[in-house]
Design a protein around this ligand. Sequence first.
Ligand code: GLN
Length: 549
Amino acid sequence: MTGGVVSSLGKGIAASSIGLLLKKRGLKVANLKCDPYLNVDPGTMNPFQHGEVFVTDDGSETDLDLGHYERFIDQSLGKDHNVTTGQIYNTVITRERRGDYLGATVQVIPHITEEIKNRIKKLEKAEDKPDLTIVEIGGTVGDIESLPFLEAIRQMGQDEGPANAMFIHVTLVPYIRTAGEFKTKPTQHSVRELQSIGIQPNMLLCRSAKPLSEPLRQKISLFCSVPTKAVISAEDASTIYAVPLAFHSQRADDIICEHFGLDAPAPDLDEWETMVEKITNPSRRIKIGICGKYVNLKDAYKSIIEAFTHAGVYSDAEVNLVWVSSEDIKQSGAEKFLHDLDGLLIPGGFGERGVEGKIEAIRYVREKNVPFLGICLGMQCAVIEYARNVCNLKEAHSYEFYRELKHPVIHLMADQEGVTELGGTMRLGAYPCLLDKNSVAFEAYQTAEIYERHRHRYELNNAYRTMLQENGLVLSGLSPDERLVEIVEISDHRWFVGVQFHPELKSRPTRPHPLFRDFVKASVEYNRHKADRTLNEPASSTDYTRSKG
Ligand code: GLN
């Protein structure tokens, strides 16, 4: 699968949707993302550049599209499912130094392209061999950097033969409002660009603001040499989860199965349709605040946003996310920004900027009994807040930010000492955690042993465990050797949980993550409670508070 005209067309969603449809037809699928940048993985990139880093069970730091893949095909992926130019060159150059190519001039073609093909074919050799591998090439056709990947898939099409390879191109058909017309020229150009490097697409997914008419699809078909039925109209959808349904209604999955000569039964999409219906027609709305550093870049919190959608389906509620800048809270106080929220989430993060605002936000929701979920840095901030304001350790802080500290309640993990390289060196991937049976966490998971994904260097300092517990903080989840605190909570609170791991990474549309599910449930109940209270109060008192603003 390639993309043309512009970036951000939702190629990842398209690849995930095709994956879902084929899987629902009983086929085994694997999704693979090829990223044409030189970083070995996105772990060291700024979220402003790249968006969220999606961590897999096996501890790889990958592109956020892997999150979409996992959520749509409901399958956990790993390091073999994200390939970057950096990894390819790393392998080829290491091999060259070892002398593996002795005598040869090492070149982009055939050595780099060969390695790309190896990485694609590696999935075929996996134990759970897929019937189909969906390979998404990052970037836009015409970019210099994606050329080796395009050349590699061209070769693969040749090697495997037309019945074993299919090229799907995602493109844009813009609507020019002043002319009142859709324009097919950008699509024609982008397909021609593909053809010039030897790739003839078999299917086009045409992104547009509205459905494309039959004559328009015929025109695109004629200019691009793609059968009209394979010119799929991929108009903007109300939710990303409606995209597979739109593809299916145009028989995209039938066309793919026919191409490969696969005799697969029609997909059962009932459960998926019900989920989409619930997303588009919720019975109620709640407001949950997200207080973080990157409030202007939603891509940095992709999985969290999706996890809220899934949890909302369960509670039949639309979760409206209110982005609150921690810097603003630090300047103007928490009340102003948080007073009408039904819940607060503090996400993961790195670096000191905004931390004081986050701590202040947590104090507010802890004291006001507003549902709270803290993730990774969010949990660490909750511990700092508790130590400062409940245990009276005013100088409590994290060793991440200051090395000379009187009370480093958050400390460097023992195995992180002496680590100097930044790439891929955190505590990464899925680890087991044992839950206290008498806890909010256990109530959510309904099982004592859980596996959750991590991405951090710091942890709760064990020297402060007893003091925190004596002051009422419940340490409800520990690593099996009891050396690491993974979950903290407060029992006499509406719902207050902090987790050292990233629950958002494992939430799936039809199986919301237990913590997000219960957090949203608690926020819905709190919202109802507030509504009841308002109904029973004399109207003037609420008006008064509002007018004071
Ligand atoms: N910066 C913190 C750490 O490294 C938290 C990381 C995170 O939130 N993902 O431990």
